[in-house]
Design a protein around this ligand. Structure first.
Ligand SMILES: CC(C)(COP(=O)(O)OP(=O)(O)OC[C@H]1O[C@@H](n2cnc3c(N)ncnc32)[C@H](O)[C@@H]1OP(=O)(O)O)[C@@H](O)C(=O)NCCC(=O)NCCS
Length: 167
């Protein structure tokens, strides 16, 4: 299986929507339990492409099988910070795709002058936490009632990476 990692383009909007929807519908990891409507996702992608924001996708043929984005805050005093989001379709996990996506995204974020990456992760998501730790993310706090999946509340961990701490 040959997976390519590349910057997202507008042509990826539909398969990215399907990928996001698949991970969201697991209701274990993300804030959303389904992808937003396709027109919203398409305009999110368009804005990222137009502004050259870091957003990478993993491609298998015509499919988007994973993504990672680090979108800078819009407010002036927070523009040096980006919020990270990522996911890989379940069948494709554990093959190094997440690591490649995260590395590509962080490298680009650094070149764009972003100084700090923020994220929140469900406290029992050990695989994602191990991945973030590997890239130097620090544990910065815990939020009780951080996420509610299928009616059950989970703690969330806040993690942050301050450049230039990327290996
Ligand atoms: C977190 C996620 C993006 C990682 O992507 P992936 O392609 O599976 O990860 P990789 O194969 O690149 O592995 C990266 C690291 O994750 C950890 N990891 C991966 N699979 C693991 C497993 N089965 N058990 C324990 N750790 C594991 C390891 O630290 C691994 O690094 P290593 O290969 O050097 O040991 C993916 O598991 C995923 O999509 N999860 C659901 C969505 C999600 O959690 N998104 C993040 C929300 S904050």
């Amino acid at each position: 299986m040959k997976i390519s990692i590349m910057s997202i383009t507008e042509a990826h909007a539909k398969p990215f929507h399907a990928c996001l929807d698949s991970v969201a519908k697991e209701q274990k990891y993300l804030g959303q339990s389904a992808a937003p409507p396709i027109d919203k996702v398409a305009s999110f992608v368009r804005e990222n492409v137009q502004n050259d924001h870091p957003q990478f996708v993993a491609i298998d043929g015509e499919r988007v099988v994973g993504w990672c984005d680090a979108i800078p805050h819009w407010a002036d005093a927070l523009k040096h910070r980006a919020g990270l989001g990522m996911g890989v379709i379940s069948d494709y996990r554990g093959q190094g795709i997440g690591k490649q996506l995260l590395r590509a995204c962080l490298e680009k974020a650094m070149t764009k002058g972003i100084r700090r990456i923020d994220l929140e992760v469900r406290a029992d998501n050990e695989i994602a936490i191990a991945l973030y730790e590997k890239f130097g993310f620090a544990h910065e706090g815990r939020k009780s009632l951080g996420l509610c999946h299928k009616g059950i509340y989970y703690e969330a961990i806040q993690m942050g990476l301050v450049f230039p701490d990327v290996p």
